[in-house]
Design a protein. Structure first.
Length: 136
């Protein structure tokens, strides 16, 4: 049976694969090429999502402790990126804060665009930092 930490890493891996795929599924794009009508993804962001998914799935396959490490680090990085997105409309993981600076988009778009990173990050933080040291 798969333990909770490995399952959480697998779920995050699947969510990240979905995030990368949304850029290529017309049903998720608006007429201006924005995913869910909110933001543009590019090959760099897709590669970041795919690399994160590979890390998640590799961690789940390697060990419980690798999964916990992934959940803690990934969760923290993604959650903080989401917080930055709420305030600036840009993040640091995709380097957009350095490339685009503070974006002049609506507060709604800043928050809605940041929700995926906030939710995935919070999930990683909650499951990673609540994991028990041993399964006993």
């Amino acid at each position: 049976m798969m333990d909770r930490s490995r399952l959480a890493a697998c779920l995050l891996g699947a969510a990240l694969l979905f995030a990368a795929a949304t850029d290529y599924i017309p049903a998720f794009m608006d007429a201006e090429g924005r995913v869910f009508g909110l933001f543009h993804l590019d090959i760099y962001k897709d590669a970041l999502h795919l690399a994160s998914a590979a890390w998640a799935l590799a961690a789940a396959l390697i060990s419980r402790s690798a999964s916990i490490f992934f959940l803690k680090v990934f969760g923290t990085l993604y959650f903080l990126d989401g917080v930055m997105g709420v305030f600036t409309g840009s993040g640091y993981l995709d380097l957009s804060i350095f490339i685009d600076g503070i974006r002049s988009t609506s507060t709604f778009v800043k928050i809605a665009s940041s929700v995926p990173h906030l939710v995935l990050g919070a999930f990683g933080i909650a499951t990673g930092f609540s994991a028990r040291k041993s399964l006993a």
